[in-house]
Write a protein that binds this ligand. Structure first.
Ligand SMILES: Nc1ncnc2c1ncn2[C@@H]1O[C@H](COP(=O)(O)OP(=O)(O)O)[C@@H](O)[C@H]1O
Ligand code: SF4
Ligand SMILES: [Mg+2]
Length: 365
C-alpha cells in the first residue's frame, strides 16, 4: 500500500531559446505523501516554478516537457489528454501562482469567481456557494469579506488579490495544493494566517502541499520533507529536521548558513558567493563546483551521483556521508559511483516512501 500522493520521476523540461537549449528541469524526482508538506527551496532560477508548472502541465512554448512521469495516485498526468488535465487542475490539484492576477478574471466579482469554482467541484446551490466563498475570504484574512466579494479584481490591491487567489485555490478542497512563493508579497500577520489555514486543511482534509518558498522560517514551520534544487536538479532531500540539523550538501549548508537553528528565527536564503551557472554553459562535473568551498578534483570532472548519507537523506555530492573525504575513490568513473549509490537503499522515516538511491538518481544523463 502506498501513501504517496504525487510521485515525480525523471522529469525534464527544456526551453528552446535562440541561444540554445535551457534545461530548466533536468531529471527531477520528488515524492509528496498524502497529508504531507514538501518544501522546495533553492536560489532564483534553479527550476522550482518550472517543476511546479510541469506538474500542472502548464508549460508553454518555447518550453516542453521532454521526459518523465508525474503520477498522481498512480495516474500519470503527462499521459492525460488536455481535457482530462483540465479536470485535474483546480479539482484534484490547485495551484497558487507566484505572480498574482494571472488567474483572476477581470470581468467577474471575486465572490462570483470563488463561488463558481466551488460549484464546479461540489454539488451545492448558488447561495451556499456564495456563503462559502465569503467564509473563505474571511479565512484568508480579508476584512469585510461580504463587501469584498462584490468587488472586481481591479478594485483590490495586489496583496488582496493574492489572498483572493489563495481563497479560490483552497475553496475547492484539492488533494494537492501547489503553492509557489504564496505569501512572499504579504505582510507577516496575513502570511501567518494563510499558513495556518493551509495547515488546517492539511489536517482536516489530508491535503498534500508542495510549498515553494525562499523563506526558511516558513519551511521550518510548514514542511515535513524538503527538496533542495540547484540548476534544474535536486541536490538534496530529507525530512525537515534532518535537513536543518544535519545538511549534507555544501549548497544546502550554504543556504542554511545564516540560520542559527530551526525555529529560532526567520531567515531568508543566504546569499552564497558566486552565481548559479549559466544554463547554456553548464560545468562538466558537479554544477556547484565553482562555488563550493569543499571542491575536489573529481568534482570538476564527474557529476556526483545521489548517495544515501543517512536513512531518508540523499545528497548529490562526492563527500562521504560524514561530509569529509570523497565517498568513492577520487578517480572513480561515474558508472562505478552510480552502481555504488544504487546499492544503498533509503529506508525512509514513517510516512515517507522507500526509494532506492538509483530511483533518486538520474537515468541516462
Ligand atoms: N519562457 C522561458 N524561456 C526560456 N527559459 C526559461 C523560461 N522560463 C523559465 N526559463 C528558465 O528556466 C530556469 C528555471 O526557471 P524557474 O523555474 O522559473 O526558476 P525558479 O527556481 O526561480 O522558480 C531559469 O534558468 C529560467 O531562465
Ligand atoms: S560534489 Fe564536490 S563540488 Fe559538488 S557539492 Fe560536493 S564537494 Fe562540492
Ligand atoms: Mg519561481
Amino acid at each position: 500500500m502506498t501513501d504517496t500522493l504525487l510521485r515525480v520521476r525523471h522529469l525534464r523540461t527544456y526551453f528552446w531559446t535562440l541561444d540554445g537549449i535551457v534545461k530548466a528541469v533536468d531529471g527531477v524526482n520528488m515524492d509528496i505523501g498524502t497529508g504531507r508538506t514538501l518544501g522546495v527551496v533553492g536560489e532564483s532560477g534553479c527550476g522550482k516554478s518550472i517543476t511546479a508548472l510541469s506538474i500542472m502541465r502548464l508549460i508553454e512554448r518555447p518550453g516542453k516537457i521532454v521526459e518523465g512521469s508525474v503520477d498522481l495516485d498512480r495516474t500519470d498526468l503527462l499521459k492525460l489528454s488536455e481535457s482530462e488535465m483540465r479536470e485535474i487542475r483546480g479539482n484534484a490539484i490547485s495551484m497558487i501562482f507566484q505572480e498574482p492576477m494571472t488567474s483572476l478574471n477581470p470581468v467577474f466579482t471575486t465572490g462570483n469567481q470563488i463561488a463558481e469554482a466551488i460549484r464546479l467541484h461540489a454539488d451545492i446551490g448558488a447561495r451556499e456557494a456564495e456563503d462559502r466563498a465569503v467564509e473563505m475570504l474571511r479565512k484568508v484574512g480579508i476584512p469585510d469579506p461580504e463587501r469584498r466579494a462584490r468587488q472586481y479584481p481591479h478594485e483590490m490591491s495586489g496583496g488582496m488579490r493574492q489572498r483572493v487567489m489563495i481563497a479560490m485555490a483552497l475553496s475547492t478542497y484539492p488533494q494537492l495544493l501547489i503553492a509557489d512563493e504564496p505569501t512572499t508579497a504579504l505582510d507577516v500577520t496575513i502570511q501567518a494566517q494563510i499558513l495556518e489555514l493551509m495547515k488546517e486543511l492539511r489536517e482536516e482534509r489530508r491535503m498534500s502541499i508542495m510549498l515553494i518558498t525562499h523563506d526558511l522560517g516558513v519551511i521550518a514551520e510548514m514542511a515535513d520533507d524538503v527538496v533542495v534544487m540547484y540548476s534544474g536538479k535536486v541536490v538534496e532531500t530529507g525530512d525537515v529536521f534532518t535537513i536543518f540539523e544535519r545538511p549534507h550538501h555544501p549548497y544546502t549548508q550554504g543556504l542554511l548558513g545564516s540560520l542559527p537553528r530551526i525555529g529560532q528565527r526567520r531567515g531568508r536564503l543566504r546569499v552564497i558567493e558566486g552565481v548559479v551557472p549559466n544554463p547554456l554553459n553548464l560545468p562538466k562535473g558537479c554544477l556547484f563546483a565553482r562555488r563550493c568551498p569543499c571542491v575536489m578534483p573529481i568534482c570538476e570532472q564527474t557529476p556526483p551521483p545521489f548517495q544515501e548519507v543517512h536513512p531518508g537523506q540523499v545528497s548529490r555530492c562526492w563527500l562521504t556521508p560524514a561530509g569529509t573525504t570523497p565517498a568513492v575513490g577520487m578517480t572513480a568513473p561515474a558508472d562505478v559511483a552510480e552502481a555504488e549509490a544504487a546499492r544503498m537503499t533509503i529506508t525512509a522515516d514513517s510516512g515517507r516512501q522507500s526509494a532506492t538511491a538509483a530511483q533518486m538518481g538520474e537515468v541516462g544523463r
